[in-house]
Design a protein around this ligand. Sequence first.
Ligand code: CA
Length: 475
Amino acid sequence: MNKIIKTTLTVMMLVVALVTINSSCTKQFDAPPAYVAPNIKANTTIRQLKALHTVSGNITQVKTDVIIRGIVNADDKSGNQFKSIVIQDETGGILMRMEGNSLYTSYPIGQEVFIKCNGLYLGDYNKLIQLGGGADMTVTPANLLTIPSAIFNKHIIKGSAGNVLVPKNVTVDQLSTNMQDTLQNVLIRLSNYEFAAADTGKTYANATTNPPGSVNFVLRDCSSNSITLRNSGYADFAAIGVPNGNGSVTSIYTVFGSTKQLTMRDTSDFNFNGPRCTAGGGSGGGGGNGGGTGNLLNETFETQIVPAATPFNAIVITDWNNLAETGTQKYFARSFGTPVNKYAQLSAFGSKENIVTSWLVTKAVNLGSFATKTLNFDTKAGFANGATLKVLVCSNYTGAGNPWATGVTWSELTAAFSPGSAAGFPATFTSSGDVSLNSYSGTIYVAFKYEGADPTGAGDKTTTWQLDNIKVSGN
Ligand SMILES: [Ca+2]
């Protein structure tokens, strides 16, 4: 009897050990502790707080227990924001001047924050209202100082992470330079805009000058509407060419005095891939792109929202398609590392689906009249056991509907893919190398097709593929 109990115990321990080994093999990251909401409530809206600041140039200290709540809509990750983050609630937005760099590691886009404003200072920079940590009254106009990092935790209480902000679709007429405008420092989207033809060969800012220089562009729509886009030379996208087409731009609406401005977060805020307003003008004779370098597509996934723990979000990018052909698996936005990098990830693991075939299809890419057209992307294959990722290109997809439908013709491209690691993840992403698109012209779509399997029993092909930095450039 004793022996039976002992044997049973041994078997049970073996089972426990096997389960532990199995889960430790497949668990890729330690789960963070469960989220507990802070015990704090806002008693004031951002609009009400901003209403306390009526005279441009004044700086006043908040001396009552005002608490606002907001979601971070822009951080300093790309470097286009400097020593600041921007938050918004349902009533408006406000910029917070904060000491230090890499603020995004604590206050990334999507982070909910409660601001205990008592003791902080309210001011403006050329009529854009800001919250700061002090005032330098020795200069004219007085200078609003940053909030010292030592008192971040006293004034900034973190709530939930990974909140998704939907940009407000607006027209430029709805934006005003009134200091109390409720759209200032709010995430907005303007449609049917483009860079001036003379600017299409330029980069987002001047990265190569010393010091790097900010650049102002005027974006125009096909009527006579326009708005200024101002980019910092310190932004990590400063050296990238601006997009040539026409489309929507998502940005933080800001003002500089009486100038209406956009502050972009990253290049993925631009979706300028449609035909330009005056197709016969700038591109007449096929020379519209001559001499310039075009950044036709550049997706870094950095504006995706990645919660600290499950459930993660499927990748959502305007005019992209993230679709499961067989099974139900989609590409998810995930992140890793310090500083954090975001990417698209898909694995058949845990799906229990016999066949997992999934597509991530880019928006339309207009190859224009460039002579040399190149695709680049990075991949990493973890826990590799046979699931494949292919890169495909198509000229007759419409951008909507099933890319695998009959009559939609995809061609597989030859590219370098991550060699993969069976035991975990390779340390680095593998560059695809320059994949030529020279045999294509006009509008194309690029697709990444995952093919795996997670059947009961043998035959697993559950490799976790990670995909980043999808770029099409013309020269
Ligand atoms: Ca990335």
